[in-house]
Design a protein around this ligand. Sequence first.
Ligand code: FAD
Length: 467
Amino acid sequence: MSQFDVTVIGSGPGGYVAAIRCAQLGLKTAIIEKYPTMGGTCLNVGCIPSKALLDSSEHFENAKHNFANHGILINEPTADLARMIARKDEVVEQTTKGIQFLMDKNKITVFEGVGSFESSTQVKVTKNDGTSEVLDSKYIIIATGSKPSSLPFITLDKERVITSTEALKLKEIPKHLVVIGGGVIGLELGSVYKRLGSEVTVVEFMDKIIPTMDGALSKELNKVLKKQGMKFMLSTAVQAVERNGDSVKVTAKDKKGEEVVVEGDYVLVSVGRKPYTDGLSIEKAGVDLDERGRVKTNEHLQTNVANIYAIGDVVAGAMLAHKASEEGVLVAEQLAGQKPHINYNLIPGVVYTWPEVAAVGKTEEQLKAEGVAIKVGNFPMRALGRSRASGDVDGFIKIIADEKTDEVLGVHMIGARAADMIAAAVTAMEFRASAEDIARMSHAHPTFAEAIKEAALDATGKIALHM
Ligand code: FAD
């Protein structure tokens, strides 16, 4: 029987990062992945392929609608979806191969097969050919991730009634894509097909899209996406989804309780994701799950069985790749005797629509509910020279600071390159900067990031310079 210090089950951004950090710290490490490619949801059917298609569709949109304004005259471009998907596959292949390289470089033993507990220290790997072997391990890290969830009355046929996984490999551009769920994944994939020419209707149960983000972001994104032609049915509860040949009918109740019907040729069900522990035989290790099927852990990400830890989408918290990776590092360092820490309040969230949306810290709604006295600074992107030069004038940056101490408590942005700019806010908040600290730092001109300085000036004392 093979012996390891640590066995990681699942090779997503939680699992593979945990394995690398364990190996760096001198622990003999194994990783088990049931699919032939490493990298989990994020690299295979999540973050990376969705961004590849978002980028391709954005180039198409620019060629179609924005080039002429920049003085670039081309014939009417057409979208070659098959090529876009093939390019996306190439990007995924390069990225997943990169993980295999990192496993080899760090001398991590990779097992391809389904990992299942035999006991609290033994994991069986069942390979595709039916053979199996048992690994003996001092510590085990569960990093089995999540799967798309659905609604009980929806049959996902994966042809016309699809999840994000199928939306990343469609054979044709939908005429009318109905998206159930106005969260991050629905809006990103909805944007891809809207740009490629589909009619897109988003049906959302709540009264706003991206409902967990600051209300101001949700309002602005709704406005901008509507301007781009996306349709929204908010406060609308889907009751049934029926497929009839090549068409799909979604029946819902609007906020007045009246029946509404939307017909399309594809329905993307993006109502969230659920933790995945199928096939793990977790009961054989005696590990407890919570009421939502997540692996229960304490603040050290340790389960009720002392030598077994769990990280990423399969435990509580934001279902984000970088959160999973931070947790992987935390567990590895703990196993090596260190005392690491994660500041969950400062895990940024991003939506890769255009303009991008990004946030860190608390929302205005949260701070008001907690009774914290705050001051808010805002700065519109259109007031920046950089925005006018590129033509990306939508959006704003909002900085919320403590009224008395001026400490920055939340940064919420919608605008060009917000996904990259949010890192500046994370850094500032990690060092507990005040709004005035940011306001006094030099920001290169002309950049989109100048809006951070200006919003900080506005928060400090309503002294933004260009507004
Ligand atoms: P996963 O990535 O889900 O990996 C789990 C792995 O475990 C899988 O490879 C699975 O096959 C394997 N596994 C499960 N059970 C077993 C078993 N018994 N034996 C062996 N292997 C097993 N997050 C972001 O931060 N940014 C984004 O832009 C972003 N975009 C996304 C877009 C889409 C369309 C989707 C679906 C998700 C996106 N996410 C994004 C979320 C992100 O993908 C997840 O948060 C992240 O992948 C979670 O990592 P993980 O390691 O916990 O699990």
